[in-house]
Design a protein around this ligand. Structure first.
Ligand code: SF4
Ligand code: SF4
Length: 201
């Protein structure tokens, strides 16, 4: 029927309008900024960098592989790789970002940087009240401003953070077992007598 969609839409609006006098569930708006609607667990606004432990710089998971920088559609991530290395979460020496900036004025919250990161180093934050009077540099944020502890990640996205923790713990256990096996093999080789010495006995 012609106009059926309009009638249905008006009926829903009327239901919410009249229903809002008797039920809070029908209130679809709040008195912002005095009131705020709680965000759902899957809400996403802009990226942040996850760090483990207390020291944000030491604990940054990012290894400056620059995959996110290449894949970001509007090219709002800028990374410079370090010249030296620091241990990652499994103790392996890795590069780290000497510079890691994101221009949040350009970011379109697509989450592609999160999807492509092989190190679970970048996740989506739920902070959205970022307005600033500095129109040129105010939303260009650096790695220190982007860094948040893993506990924060758990607070805003508990299901995803628990899944990431379990995966990283499994990877760490695997790496430790491999290192242990390599060390045991090296000890065994060092303890064995050289082949020529063994043949002359
Ligand atoms: S969310 Fe999208 S636009 Fe924003 S930094 Fe990540 S890839 Fe770039
Ligand atoms: S955030 Fe992830 S994808 Fe981006 S540079 Fe760091 S490790 Fe690589």
């Amino acid at each position: 029927m012609l106009g059926e969609g309009i009638i249905k839409g008006m009926a829903e609006t009327a239901r919410n309008f009249l229903g809002s006098y008797v039920s809070d569930e029908r209130l679809t708006t709040v008195q912002y900024p005095e009131e705020r609607i709680p965000q759902t667990e899957n809400a996403r606004q802009f990226p942040f960098l996850v760090h483990d432990g207390e020291d944000w710089h030491k604990g940054l998971r990012c290894v400056a592989c620059q995959i996110c920088e290449k894949e970001c559609p509007p090219k709002c991530i800028y990374i410079e790789k370090s010249k030296d290395k620091k241990p990652d979460y499994v103790g392996k020496p890795q590069f780290y970002p000497a510079v890691f900036d994101i221009d949040l004025a350009v970011c379109m919250s697509c989450q592609i940087c999160v999807e492509v990161c092989p190190f679970d180093a970048i996740k989506m934050n739920i902070e959205y009240e970022l307005s600033t009077a500095d129109r040129f540099g105010g939303l260009l944020v650096n790695k220190q401003q982007l860094a948040r502890p893993n506990a924060y990640f758990h607070k805003i996205h508990p299901t995803e953070a628990a899944e990431v923790d379990a995966r990283l713990a499994a990877e760490k256990a695997k790496a430790n077992a491999k290192a242990k096996a390599a060390a045991a093999a090296a000890t065994k080789t060092a303890a064995a007598p050289p082949a020529t010495e063994a043949a002359t006995k």
